[in-house]
Design a protein around this ligand. Structure first.
Ligand code: PLP
Length: 377
């Protein structure tokens, strides 16, 4: 199988698996006071320290969660509720292309939701930041969009957010390991990320929340993790997350060069096909994730195109949500103001990607598009 769907889940790195298994052997519950519990706690706290060091944060700022969705919910819903508890009129602003984990959490906070628009390459229109209501209390803009791979102008978001006196969150699930990420240097108040996008197993992630930032609980129970995220701690997951995160970040620069070269091969084959618009090709390299190729293909349904590629042994995605196995129209392509909202194609690269993967894709893509167009007509 040619695997071009790393942005959905990337394979577990061997060193992360090793850390996971070693932590499983320690056993115990990190909240227990006996020696086994203390040993588990030690593994957990070492993982917390390592993640903090890797991502430019303080250990006390790292809150372990079950993944990106829960971390983003804790930011969008937990911080949103806390902000509203202090000021009933406070409003929340999010970009129109946020992952549902942020969009739906922000919607759940209440009525005062502002949507920030993007341009035809899915980059935030920064001028919209100046027109928010003065009572804006929380702004959430993702670091890298999961469908298109576009890097968002976070410096402008942070500056505008803080001028309103608002908290600023960024969903960095698709950023860590692909673009430089330092929580401290970013000026963010909240940052979420996920393990299975960087080579840890599914089921672990974290929210980094600046000291002093108030969060309302999103789950009730034993009050682990700063009292806002209850549930027995996933020590083995945390150990694997720390190792995967260190590996992804330390290899990032070399990997970015390598993946950009692979991305070019896939994009060259796409731009040569009529009726295919490759997103962000004219932008500077710092404005795009090196790991994501995105195109909007006229006259196809994303699922037919994926099936056609799958028949050739190539795993891709549309990048947009799939509910009960049915491909939805992409609200990201819609927000970009483009037609063919069902014609999204995302090829995403990762640490196991090789030139052969994109060469096989390039050899098959024209035929797969022709087959999907025939099915559409
Ligand atoms: C940008 C973004 N945010 C959040 C998530 C959700 O992360 P998780 O699958 O760890 O819950 C994803 C997963 O696809 C994502 O791409």
């Amino acid at each position: 199988m040619i695997y071009l769907d790393h942005a959905s889940t990337t394979p577990v790195r061997p060193e992360a698996l090793e850390a996971f298994l070693r932590a499983c052997e320690v056993g115990g519950n990190a909240s227990s006071i006996h020696a086994t519990g203390r040993a588990a706690r030690r593994v957990l706290e070492e993982a917390r320290e390592s993640i903090a060091a890797t991502l430019g944060a303080e250990p006390a700022e790292v809150i372990f969660t079950s993944g990106g969705t829960e971390a983003a919910n804790l930011a969008g819903f937990g911080a949103g509720r806390a902000v509203r508890a202090l000021d009933k009129k406070a409003s929340v602003a999010v970009s129109s292309i946020e992952h549902p984990a942020v969009l739906e959490a922000a919607r759940a906070v209440g009525k005062r939701l502002q949507i920030l628009q993007v341009d035809s390459d899915s980059q935030l229109r920064v001028e919209a930041l100046g027109a928010l209501p003065p009572e804006t209390g929380l702004i959430s803009v993702m670091w890298v969009n999961n469908e298109t791979g576009m890097v968002q102008p976070l410096d402008a978001v942070v500056a505008a957010g803080h001028a309103y006196g608002a908290l600023v969150h960024s969903d960095a699930v698709q950023a860590v390991g692909h673009v430089p990420v330092s929580f401290r240097d970013s000026g963010l108040d909240l940052l979420s990320f996920s393990g299975h996008k960087i080579g840890a197993p599914v089921g672990i992630g974290a929210l980094i929340a600046k000291r002093g930032v108030q969060l309302a609980k999103t789950s009730y129970g034993g009050d682990q993790e700063r009292g806002v995220r209850s549930g027995t701690l996933n020590v083995a997951g945390a150990a694997a997350l720390a190792v995967a995160c260190a590996a992804a970040v330390s290899s990032r620069e070399a990997e970015a060069e390598r993946l950009r070269a692979l991305r070019r091969i896939a994009e060259d084959s796409l731009v040569a096909i009529d009726g295919v618009r490759v997103t962000g090709v004219g932008l500077e390299k710092s404005q795009r994730s090196p790991a994501i190729v995105h195109a909007v293909v006229e006259g196809v349904d994303a699922d037919s195109l994926q099936f056609a590629l799958d028949r050739a042994g190539i795993a891709t995605s549309s990048g947009s949500a799939c509910r009960a196995g049915v491909q939805e129209a992409s609200y990201v392509i819609e927000a970009m103001g483009l037609p063919w909202v069902r014609g999204g194609l995302r090829c995403s690269l990762g640490w196991t990607s090789e030139a052969e993967d994109v060469e096989v894709f390039s050899a098959h893509i024209a035929g797969a598009i022709a087959a999907a167009r025939a099915a559409h007509n």
